[in-house]
Design a protein around this ligand. Structure first.
Ligand code: SAM
Length: 348
């Protein structure tokens, strides 16, 4: 049995196996990894790829993450907030286009306090009882997460960014706490959300050791979703001159995560599509099963600028949906517009 089959069968990986898989130049081994990950994804979700409609509600952020274009110290970032009406309009439009999951994402913006956010979530829940509502609004209190859950939110995406506290401290200012981020993830799960963690591939100071910790964190936390995408440098940030993450590492890590945690909902991210013209298609071929076309109003798209040269900033939601669907069909997969919940029942 080779190491890829072994990783699949025992759902674990060693630090040495990880380095070997990421650095190998043996095309046959990479192809075997890709096929094995896809077989596992097919066994759980078939050839179905779930579409989520992404609404970027605010480019304001009180945090100062060193890698992010929206960090508060970036005085050149253009800041906007969507009104309640605009957010609902995006969801209405998305619903007409067939989306049954709305992902509301934003910087950590205190303007979207619990009163405002619960009002928005309740309004979406009232209009669309058949839809899943995913939030990605950063670190909040237990009480806040609970109120949003009670208002109708089902899922929460909060990348852990890195499972190494030392690495975390190199990516964030000292006022941000690694432990609080991890605690938030456990709190969200405890409340009953479907929870997504994740990390950037190739973030500055990342090593095989930190990546190994990320994979072990995923194994122990057992998230419903994992968001990974390459780090892409953003101008006017401390990491503006750092090299971008590697597409090859991102694809191989997608495949490894699929093998370690077969039922995970795994997006082929916009960042991957930004660094490679076929990045999202390749992501699917390496085991991803989710895509997130953008439903944000076109006039604000380019202002949600977490990294440079982000794709899909000029299209209307309908175009974005049609383009994504076509790309997925071209590689032999089918987009589905149901809620696409986590499926824990798997033979793997
Ligand atoms: N504020 C929320 C949070 O902290 O989870 C959600 C928005 S935040 C911009 C979403 C994700 O973007 C982060 O978790 C981070 O992994 C990713 N991100 C930020 N800057 C990036 C960059 N330069 N390259 C790639 N991904 C980046």
């Amino acid at each position: 049995m080779n190491i890829i089959e072994q990783i699949r069968d025992i759902k674990d990986i060693t630090r040495e196996q990880l380095e070997l898989i990421l650095t190998t130049e043996n095309k046959e081994s990479v192809d075997f990894l890709r096929r094995t990950a896809r077989e596992v994804a097919d066994a759980v979700y078939g050839n179905k790829i779930f579409m989520r409609g992404l609404v970027e509600i605010s480019s304001h952020c009180k945090n100062d993450c060193l890698y992010c274009g929206l960090r508060r110290s970036n005085t050149t970032a253009v800041r906007y907030r969507l009104t309640d009406e605009k957010i609902l309009e995006c969801c209405d439009n998305g619903y007409r286009l067939g989306f049954r999951t709305f992902v509301l994402q934003g910087g950590e913006d205190p303007w979207f306090d619990d009163t405002r956010m619960c009002r928005i979530v309740s309004a979406i829940r009232g209009r669309y009882p058949d839809c899943a509502i995913t939030l990605s609004l950063g670190e909040r209190s237990r009480q806040s997460y609970q109120s949003l859950f009670d208002a109708g939110a089902n899922r929460y995406l909060l990348r852990h960014e890195t499972a190494s506290p030392e690495h975390y401290a190199k990516l964030h200012p000292s006022e941000m706490s690694f432990q609080n981020r991890i605690d938030c993830l456990y709190t969200l799960k405890d409340i009953g959300y479907q929870v997504g963690c994740g990390f950037m591939v190739g973030s500055p100071y990342q090593t095989f050791d930190t990546l190994y910790s990320d994979l072990q964190f995923i194994r122990s936390f057992q998230p419903h979703m994992v968001g990974i995408g390459p780090f892409i440098s953003a101008h006017d940030t401390p990491f503006a001159n750092q090299p971008n993450g590697k597409v090859s590492y991102t694809l191989r890590l997608l495949a490894i995560i699929r093998l370690l945690h077969p039922p995970v909902l795994l997006p082929a991210t916009t960042a991957l599509g930004t660094l490679h013209p076929q990045g999202r298609e390749l992501g699917i071929q390496f085991g991803a099963n989710v895509v997130m076309p953008n439903l944000s109003p076109r006039d604000h798209r380019k202002d949600y600028s977490i990294y440079d040269n982000k794709i899909c900033t000029g299209e209307e939601a309908a175009e974005c949906r049609a383009c994504t669907e076509q790309r997925i069909r071209n590689i032999g997969y089918e987009t589905v517009v149901d809620r696409g919940d986590f499926n824990p029942n798997t033979e793997y």
